[in-house]
Design a binder for this molecule. Sequence first.
Ligand SMILES: C[S@@+](CC[C@H](N)C(=O)[O-])C[C@H]1O[C@@H](n2cnc3c(N)ncnc32)[C@H](O)[C@@H]1O
Length: 227
Amino acid sequence: MDPKHRWLTAIWPRVRPWLPPPPATVLELGCGSLGGFVPALRADGYEAIGADPHAPDGPEYRRVEFERAELPSDADAVVASLSLHHVADPGEVLDRVAGVLRPEGRVVVVEWDWESFDEPTARWGFDRLDHATEDRGWLHGAHERWVASGQPWERYLRDWATGHGLHGAGTLLAALDQRFEPEVSERGAYLFPELPGATEDDERRAIEAGLIRAVRVDYVGRLRAAR
Ligand SMILES: C[S@@+](CC[C@H](N)C(=O)[O-])C[C@H]1O[C@@H](n2cnc3c(N)ncnc32)[C@H](O)[C@@H]1O
């Protein structure tokens, strides 16, 4: 299995418990070219729609930004995995998320906190990459670009992230908290799907030992009553 499929397979069990039982309408913000969780949602009996300019072909996808997509306005849940840090305007996108949810609806977000991705954490991951594999994920790319840059890690990462217009987790969590009442806001292991030789438990143990940072962010929230 390649790293993108490993990510989706590892994260789906984190998302699934926060959804109402099927049938229910679940929208995915930034489902990606693999369709994200949409295939798993539909297999479980959900009415699922994924919106992403790079979505696959098919009636269950909208190949456009979430904030511009034609979507039902009474969704039971919106899920977003690693997409919010890419959007142009988080406030605009989260207003649209709030607008498509029914009053009891939930947002389920999985993100990464690139601002906490310090050198020990990066090196822990780089040391566990399989450099011989053909299934090269984003961590391989980060390693190659960093080495080629000749820069200290922190400077390389900040230049790369800001150059790509990526939002930090602090910005995203503040924007989420303005619109949603958090039920979950916690950190977890993020690198292991990129590392065939390391498990989530390996990464969790390194986090608990204080060797590396927990750079995955899990957030679940309900619409604030006042909105
Ligand atoms: C890193 S990929 C994540 C894909 C998938 N959700 C996953 O977890 O593997 C980020 C995706 O967000 C999409 N994206 C960025 N801005 C978006 C927006 N405003 N609306 C919908 N998708 C967006 C990108 O096209 C890209 O496919």
